[in-house]
Design a protein around this ligand. Structure first.
Ligand SMILES: [Zn+2]
Length: 139
């Protein structure tokens, strides 16, 4: 998965920040908070060359930030894919595209951070803002 890590570095370099919301602002990606019901965390669209991240407005701050990081993964890795395809029921889907976006988000949120000496992997990932449901997929 070296190339996903490389894409994370490229995006951070070109945006000048590793904060997902600031990256979106630097890249002119609109972040919209919408009522997406109970199962959809977010999705990415790129209609008429206007990239937009749609985030479920019911998510807590940690899940919303992770969702933005995940959708930035689609922006960086899958910019040409169409909306319906990316409109997933949760971020937990493990199909290839979703797995890549989740890995992108994990790299983005952990980059430059070091675990405390006695931290478990799970507590480190949680500190970085990666929801527990996601950890399980990549152990
Ligand atoms: Zn996705």
């Amino acid at each position: 998965m070296g190339y996903i890590r490389a894409e994370v570095h490229l995006l951070i370099q070109s945006a000048g920040t590793s904060d997902p919301l600031e990256i979106a602002a630097q890249k002119n990606i609109l972040v919209l908070y919408e009522n997406l019901g109970t199962n959809i965390w977010g999705y990415f669209t790129n209609a008429n060359r206007i990239p937009m991240i749609h985030v479920n407005n019911k998510l807590d701050e940690v899940a919303a930030r992770f969702t933005i990081a995940h959708e930035l993964g689609h922006y960086a890795l899958h910019p040409k894919l169409n909306t319906p395809f990316l409109k997933h029921n949760t971020l937990l889907s493990v199909d290839r595209i979703e797995r890549q976006a989740n890995l992108f988000a994990m790299h983005l949120l952990t980059i430059g951070r070091m675990p405390e000496a006695d931290a478990t992997l799970a507590s480190f990932l949680s500190q970085c803002g990666i929801p527990e449901e996601i950890h399980k997929l990549y152990r």
